[in-house]
Design a protein around this ligand. Sequence first.
Ligand code: NAP
Length: 309
Amino acid sequence: MARILDGARIRNQILAELAPRVQALTADGRPPGLAVVLAGHNPASEIYVRGKVKACRDLGIFSDSLTPPESVSTSELLSTVDQLNARADIDGILVQLPLPKQVDEKRILLAIAPEKDVDGFHPCNVGKLAAGLPGPRACTPAGIIEILKRSGIAIGGKRAVVVGRSDIVGKPVALLLLHEHATVTICHSKTPDLAAVCREADILVAAIGRPAMLTADFIRQGAVVIDVGINRLAKREDVARVFRDSPEKLAAFEAKGSVLVGDVDPIVMAERASAYTPVPGGVGPLTIAMLMSNTVDSAERRRAAAANL
Ligand code: NAP
């Protein structure tokens, strides 16, 4: 029987560990502060931001949501970021992506003060990650490492294969696994014979964005599988095919009109993996927990720096 790596349980552990640190910072003057910038109206982004603001509230972190209109310009957003950089009560700045199409996303991310970059996307922090120096790490990749470590899964000396090379997931998780002494291969859409490379993995990380793409051919018996993908199946025949006519999944589809699936075939993953993250409930819950963790780290670092002035 494959072991299910329960992301919600690990998220709750991390949040419980953060709570006394938030209380100590609050008692020492003010709570940690996170600014969330949500430009325009993207329904998925609105859901993510609601989750982040709620997590702040539950933990006692101050959050300030800024909601510039869909028509916002690059220079207007740059000035919003400048103001947040200067605010003493803000320890972390998160600009929710994607931004409206007229906005130069790279310039905005570059404008965030690196010490307030709780997403870990600023080139300074990407450089620190590559060099193995302390600094905020991208939240989803950091969450994947927490899942592995807190589940007692050894990384050192293991063969890890990451499918996907995005700046948000694939590249940073590959670097984090390398720092943990795995032998890492990064694959992408131009990788020949992807299945053969994936079958070499002791730890297989799928961050592709293609529903149930990795099937039996891609998974070595006994591998640990981390399924980062979040894909929505909106057709009944797709739900029936992917979940082999599962009555529960078909009922969920009838009730909600869609069903989530990762990048790995869920039935095959449960049969072949020794341990795996389910979708939903695996990697997803860790992303917000690591955002909270980065915000508390940033608040502590800034507080210590101010005390040493
Ligand atoms: P992305 O930026 O679209 O990157 C996808 C990567 O997959 C690219 O590197 C692409 O290769 C590769 N790819 C696409 N098709 C492929 C194929 N047929 N064979 C091999 N590689 C292929 O996506 P992302 O932002 O990394 O996100 C990946 C998935 O993770 C999505 O489902 C997303 O929703 C999910 N996600 C989940 C969380 C969470 O909290 N759980 C957080 C972030 C993302 P090329 O570079 O060659 O195009």
